[in-house]
Ligand binder design. Structure first.
Ligand code: SIN
Length: 489
């Protein structure tokens, strides 16, 4: 796949998609999207204003009536066509992901599979939004609970999964009967626009899905959160931004789903299968070059196996390949931008200054740019920023521990609570630790936990709500209770 073939495809779009039409922004401005592998400009995209957002919201509000009145089965059929079209265009979608986000083509193809699975799943769930009949509180009373779509949804999505984080929000919203206005990350608007084009071809009615690229993220976030038209906000991104959006949403008492930062502990006990632990930690750490919110941030290894694990893990990390996404079959691509690289360098410098030892990597890759060597640091402690901040880069930190109680306390000593991982062959221990760990998700003897089938989300300052699974549609529905008085004969 070449850059020319990706940019020449019919799903490559640079304008905003508002109310069923491809359109420029009100002030005619654009912004550049670049390839993180070399910084070259790949597209000049419409830079939406808050007036454009308002236009999309007004149209979404009009479209809501028609969309919610369709049957679940009718909405399901359109979602299913959208899914089929994404699968037909999977190579181009994967190419677009690689080009604007930087992940290797193989991993980008995995994201297409992962992302489209949410559409397939919620197309099926659209038919299963069921209510309840409850026993009445008086003899003449009949009580019913119905569930209805909440209304217009605003989705603010991140750059690290430019397809999957959109489908994970749009699919349940659309299945429930809600129109969606998407503001994709300014680094990766091309996948979002490609999805809009495929949605149009699949038959999504005008105004039901709008996609508004913009680099005026703060202003657009404020407009969406303070709008009375938007009844539900779904955001994936940093805890810091999530906090601002939540505060702004308070003005309209908006329902919000927040999928925020993490500081995932991986706990490797001395009764673990070490091969599995090495593979699992590798997968949990280096997916998307460490740029996921479920990536391993602190790898706790029990003292008696620490040295053996560290040596084997460092060897496996040394073998990981790094390169520009469209130039070969690599394990890791570049980091998204200079800022991300700067943060990784700072965290590694802070850790080594305070006594951590580099077992692999530890510096910028010879390829230059934003490429960083897959890195292993040994002897990390919680005094180092790398153990308390989300790294979002290809650096694995190894910490030593002695007892189960100690490691649970240390793993939970964070404001975050998204993903966690345990490696042990002792089933009693697995249950004990899984139940005590403060996290929304626990991988047990595996480093890969993301799937459309399971509820994705965190506790504490990692977020609110769950995405995916049969629970994922709940956040887009409101319950209404009907109380009927039935005359006795
Ligand atoms: C994220 O990093 O926000 C999502 C990761 C995933 O879906 O696995």
């Amino acid at each position: 796949m070449t850059r020319a073939s990706i940019l020449g495809s019919k799903i490559f779009r640079q304008q905003a998609f508002i109310a069923g039409r491809w359109t420029d922004s009100g002030d005619g401005s654009t912004f550049d999207v670049s390839d993180p592998a070399d910084g070259s400009v790949i597209a000049r995209v419409t830079n939406c204003t808050t007036e454009d957002v308002q236009r999309a919201l007004d149209q979404a509000s009009v479209a809501w009536d028609g969309w919610k009145d369709r049957t679940g089965k009718e909405r399901a059929a359109i979602l299913r066509r959208w899914f089929d079209l994404m699968i037909e265009n999977r190579d181009h979608l994967a190419g677009l992901i690689s080009l604007e986000q930087g992940k290797p083509l193989r991993e980008a193809a995995d994201e297409v599979t992962y992302g489209t699975a949410y559409i397939e799943w919620f197309a099926e769930e659209a038919k299963r939004v069921e209510g309840h009949i409850l026993p009445g509180h008086q003899r003449d009373k009949r009580i019913m609970v119905i569930r209805q779509p909440i209304g217009v949804v605003a989705a603010i999505t991140p750059w690290n999964f430019p397809i999957a984080m959109i489908t994970r929000k749009c699919a349940p919203a659309l299945a429930a009967g809600c129109p969606v206005v998407v503001k994709p990350a300014s680094q990766t608007p091309l996948c979002a626009l490609a999805l809009a084009e495929l949605g149009r071809l699949a038959g999504l009615p005008d105004g039901v899905l709008s996609v508004l690229p913009s680099n005026r993220s703060a202003a657009i976030g404020k407009h969406l959160t303070e709008s009375r038209i938007v009844r539900k906000l779904s955001f994936t991104g940093s805890t810091q931004t999530g906090r601002i959006l939540l505060q702004q949403s308070a003005s309209t008492i908006k329902k919000a789903s927040m999928e925020l930062g993490g500081n995932a502990p991986v706990i490797i006990f001395d009764d673990a299968d070490i091969d599995k632990a090495v593979d699992g930690a590798l997968a949990a750490k280096f997916r998307n070059a460490g740029q996921t919110c479920v990536c391993a941030n602190r790898i706790y290894v029990q003292s008696s196996i620490y040295d053996e694990f560290a040596a084997r893990f460092a060897l496996a990390v040394e073998r990981l390949t790094v390169g520009a996404s469209l130039q070969g079959d690599f394990d890791l691509g570049p980091l998204i931008d200079e800022k991300a690289l700067g943060k990784v360098r700072e965290l590694v410098a802070d850790a080594t200054d305070k006594g951590a030892v580099v077992l692999a990597g530890g510096k910028v890759h010879d390829l230059g740019g934003t490429f960083y060597k897959p890195t292993v640091l040994s002897g990390v402690t919680e005094r180092m920023a790398i153990a308390t901040e989300e790294v979002f880069g290809p650096v694995a930190s190894l910490l030593r521990f002695n007892t189960e109680a100690e490691v649970i306390a240390r793993a939970n000593d964070t404001e975050f609570g998204l993903a966690s991982y345990i490696f042990s062959q002792n089933i009693d221990r697995v249950f004990r630790v899984a139940e005590k760990i403060e996290a929304g998700m626990v991988g047990i003897n595996t480093g890969l936990i993301s799937t459309e089938i399971a509820p994705f989300g965190g506790v504490k300052e990692s977020g609110l709500g769950r995405e995916g699974s049969r629970f994922g549609i709940e956040d887009y529905l409101e319950m209404k209770y009907l109380c009927l008085s039935v005359e006795a004969e």
